[in-house]
Design a protein around this ligand. Structure first.
Ligand code: OGA
Ligand code: MN
Length: 202
């Protein structure tokens, strides 16, 4: 993983897409963990507390958290920890934690435009997503569409190609996942900083 390149992209643009971040054997093993067995995946919904809802028309993926007791999961978590400390060294981001889940978007599933970090709810600083599914064609849909701030024009449309990783500042880039005609597999994760003394993130 080219930490220098990622750090440069984040410094200059606040967002970066990097190909082939994982050895393909590891990607394939991770993809094996990204399939529905024994109902391990569930719809995670949006928001917290009273604002929590699971409207599949807005968010249709099913997810399962990675765990460091699982050997394959651990390999990915270790990779992301190397990235975390590398980014801290280069960008002084103060990332202290990382959590991530496998996500499956079945045929037709989408995730409407949203921000990963909502003020007062979370201290997510940096979002990551890596795609695990086999090679993807434009006609398959399922693009990640990225926006910057309030600008309604997309700044990027990204096909979920295997091994591609996208990283972006969680509170600056609204984004959406378009519906696809195939099952779309990924690991989505969030680096967070220390919770502020008020206990409400930012
Ligand atoms: C998310 C998300 C993007 C993607 O899980 O919050 O926006 O391309 N995922 O899967
Ligand atoms: Mn998101």
């Amino acid at each position: 993983m080219d930490v220098d390149k990622i750090a440069r992209g984040l410094r200059d643009e606040g967002f970066v897409a990097v190909e082939d971040v994982l050895p393909s054997a590891l990607r394939a093993r991770l993809d094996e963990g990204c399939c529905e067995v024994d109902g391990a995946f569930s719809s995670s919904g949006m928001g917290r507390g009273a604002g929590h809802n699971t409207d599949a028309a807005i968010r249709g993926d099913v997810t399962r958290w990675l765990e460091d007791t699982n050997e394959v999961d651990q390999l990915y978590l270790e990779t992301m920890d190397v990235l975390r400390s590398g980014l801290n060294e280069q960008l002084f981001l103060g990332l202290v934690d990382y959590e991530c889940h496998y996500a499956i978007y079945g045929v037709g599933a989408r995730y409407g435009k949203h921000l990963d970090a909502l003020a007062g709810r979370t201290n997510r600083l940096l979002s990551s997503v890596v795609y695990l599914n086999p090679a993807w064609a434009l006609a398959d849909g399922g693009e990640l569409v990225m926006y910057r701030g309030d600008d309604p024009e997309p700044i990027a449309r990204i096909l979920p190609q295997p091994g591609l990783m996208v990283l972006f500042l969680s509170d600056e880039f609204p984004h959406e996942v378009l519906a696809s005609t195939r099952s779309r597999h990924s690991i989505a994760g969030w680096f967070s900083g220390r919770v502020s003394s008020a206990g409400v993130g930012r």
